[in-house]
Ligand binder design. Sequence first.
Ligand code: CMP
Length: 140
Amino acid sequence: MTTERTLSIIKPDATRRNLTGKVNAHLEAAGLRIVAQKRLWLSRAQAEAFYAVHRDRPFFNDLVKFMTSGPVVAQVLEGPNAVAKNREVMGATNPANAAPGTIRKDFAESIEANSVHGSDSLDNAKDEISFFFARTEIVG
Ligand code: CMP
């Protein structure tokens, strides 16, 4: 198994409910190491840039509004097959379809307020990590 890094975001619905530690406990129990972490409040321009791939989707404006509604915690996770492992522990995008024991099943409120984001491929992980973190901020 290859050691990978992936980008995770704990979203405003989870920070609002003080769930950062509980989300992190799920990540660590899955064997992922949090090798960088910062709490920040995204500007509209930052959220639009981060989710640019979804620009033409009907939910884009609401997504940007939600992601700028409160603080987020951006993280770099490291471990064997970290991209797929993180998506497994996150659960399905819609919490109604998420498997038991996943972060979204346990904490998400809706398909929009779904508590966490995770990169969907290794290529995207590289881009998303560099969106938030300098190399010197990632300590494996
Ligand atoms: P995320 O993994 O952060 O990537 C895009 C986000 O758009 C997704 O999680 C959801 O939170 C949000 N979203 C809102 N509505 C929808 C929808 N109908 N389908 C997919 N994603 C949606």
